[in-house]
Design a protein around this ligand. Structure first.
Ligand code: ARG
Length: 564
């Protein structure tokens, strides 16, 4: 992509007497929100101090000196110099590039094919997957797609919560009240039921806790029956999670969860010991992190049991060895921020400089009716149910708008699930947001279906036109109504770069909404399918919009049906 900002900076640089370098000028250049103020603006007041003149005066004098070739116009407005790009030329350049590169428009090689493990989704076995896990799943997936587009090799890791004392409870509960058939029919609900019943009954029968501990001890010792049950619970849970992943179109490269690190923690403890980092505190083994202003990391409990962070230390080291990562990402709720700070600090103390390449990517809570969701209080939104309801709503709207559409089921599935995913991603990830299904699946407003619908509209125009655009023969588009759309298309690559740098899929979602809006405004004001000498240029624009909207949606993990 040609760098138009650089072109502006060069023009300013040529006109001044070296008071600022080209780079300094480029840094000052702004992008006016209002198109009437041009495409770029240079705030002349940054020269006021050195030139000892009124900013308006500087702007006026500078405009006289600026070489205007390549611009539609350059004008002084108050203390600003506004630059208007040559619409015909620039639109030709941008549309040619989009249509030549198609879905590869915006691809980068920044990542040098280095691997980036992304710890994402990571639900706990035998519990339903909640909206919180949905956030981790879809944010992680989108970041993986963005990293891939930037030339990295993402490795999607589902760090399943598949170990811990709760398995002892689950096994004891199953022994008492479980049935194989029940678990096979509806694994998650059956297992959750046993677990909940265990917690109810152990209030009156505290010996249950001892029995559960005994089961977990058997599991840790590799007892056959305990291992068989554990494997089975894990498998059945994973099957249930997979139906959700399938619907979202998300695959993982690894399901190495907490249990995978069982035999890898001794080494961690040994290294910690060797380096003299372990301290005893009330019978437990800890690493002091007061230098980092953090609470001590609890590595081993009094009874010798290892902990969540011990597993994560083993996992971090394993990932460095296995993937030699450029960055190692953890998409996990904000409430675990402290845990990841501790993890990084302990690794740092162990002498691993790559601790700096570990990034926790936190996100906020989903609330409903302003209230926090929680498994314990029973205030949960079950993901499968949400997806089903969203698809049903999408179907209603498709029936109303386009009753003769072929493949209605598949389109409703893409629109319904896409709506849920898009809604999640359009919110800046750290913000908490309230979940209201009706709002999520609306076809108008800032929603996924709106963007999908805009893409389908572009596709329908292209079908009607029955003409293919030759990307080597695109002429410029002089229509000022098209300019906002053209400009936005040109901003796609830099938008991707920003989303990657901030690990922020919402940047892409907001961009897609913006582009869809601009395109719909253009469509409302201009006739596209009239035979004149700009027809092909307009079709090139429509096609470019279709390409970029589809790619933006793909980067969010959302499908773009051709018709809806
Ligand atoms: N299973 C955990 C939970 O649901 C999330 C695990 C996140 N990943 C990690 N490496 N700690 O809270």
């Amino acid at each position: 992509m040609k760098d138009y900002k650089q072109q502006v900076a060069d023009a300013v640089y040529q006109a001044i007497d070296g008071q600022l370098s080209v780079d300094e000028i480029a840094q000052k250049i702004e992008r006016p929100k209002d198109l009437k103020l041009g495409d770029y603006a240079f705030p002349a007041f940054v020269l006021a101090k050195v030139l000892r003149k009124a900013p308006q005066m500087i702007a006026k004098e500078l405009v006289e000196k600026i070489d205007q070739t390549g611009f539609e116009k350059v004008e002084a407005v108050g203390p600003y110099i506004n630059f208007f790009l040559d619409k015909e030329l620039v639109s030709q350049e941008i549309l040619t590039e989009v249509l030549t590169e198609k879905e590869h428009f915006g691809d980068k090689t920044t990542g040098n094919k280095r691997q980036v493990p992304i710890d994402m989704s990571s639900p706990n076995i035998a519990k339903p997957m909640s909206m919180g896990h949905l956030r981790s799943t879809v944010i992680g997936n989108s970041i993986a797609l963005l990293m891939e587009k930037s030339g990295y090799q993402p490795v999607k890791i589902n760090h399943l919560g598949d170990w811990g004392t709760q398995f002892g409870k689950l096994m004891r509960a199953y022994e008492l009240w479980g049935s194989e058939e029940e678990v096979k029919n509806d694994p998650i609900n059956a297992l959750l039921g046993y677990y909940v019943r265990f917690h109810k009954e152990d209030v009156e029968n505290p010996e249950l806790d001892d029995e559960a501990r005994e089961w977990f001890r058997r599991l840790e010792a590799g007892d056959e029956e305990a291992t068989r049950l554990w494997k089975w619970f894990r498998e059945e849970s994973l099957k249930a999670f997979t139906t959700v992943y399938d619907r979202l179109g998300i695959e993982f490269d690894s399901y190495n969860g907490e249990a995978f690190y069982n035999d890898k923690m001794d080494e961690v403890v040994e290294i910690l010991e060797e380096k003299g980092l372990l301290k005893e505190s009330q019978g437990a083994q800890i690493v002091d992190l007061s230098e980092y202003d953090l609470n001590p990391a609890l590595i081993k409990k009094t009874d010798g049991a290892t902990l969540y962070i011990t597993r994560d230390l083993a996992a971090a080291i394993y990932r460095k060895r296995t993937y030699d990562f450029a960055q190692s990402l953890y998409v996990v709720g904000n409430e675990q921020s402290n845990h990841f700070k501790q993890l990084k600090a302990v690794l740092k103390e162990m002498g691993y400089d790559w601790s700096d390449d570990i990034h926790h990517i936190p996100f906020g809570l989903i609330t409903q009716g302003g209230k926090k969701l929680s498994t314990r209080s029973g205030r949960v939104i079950l993901l499968e149910k949400v997806l089903d309801d969203a698809v049903a709503l999408a179907k209603e709207q498709i029936e109303a708008k386009n009753p003769t559409l072929a493949d209605k089921e598949a389109v409703a599935e893409a629109v319904g699930t896409g709506a849920v995913v898009f809604h999640d991603l359009k919110n800046e990830r750290l913000n908490n947001f309230d979940f209201d299904l009706e709002e999520v699946v609306r076809f108008e407003g800032e929603t996924g279906p709106y963007v999908q619908y805009s893409h389908a509209r572009a596709m329908s125009i292209l079908r009607k036109a029955q003409k293919t655009v030759d990307p080597t023969k695109i002429s410029g588009l002089s229509d000022p109504n098209a300019w906002e759309t053209v400009r936005l298309l040109g901003e796609f690559p830099e938008t991707i770069a920003r989303a990657v740098a901030e690990y922020e899929p919402s940047v892409i979602a907001k961009y897609a909404i913006h582009l869809a809006k601009a395109f719909n405004k253009y469509y409302a004001h201009s006739k596209i399918l009239v035979e004149d000498d700009q027809l092909e240029a307009r079709l090139a624009l429509v096609q470019s919009v279709a390409v970029v909207l589809k790619e933006a949606l793909r980067l969010l993990g959302v499908k773009a049906p051709d018709e809806m």
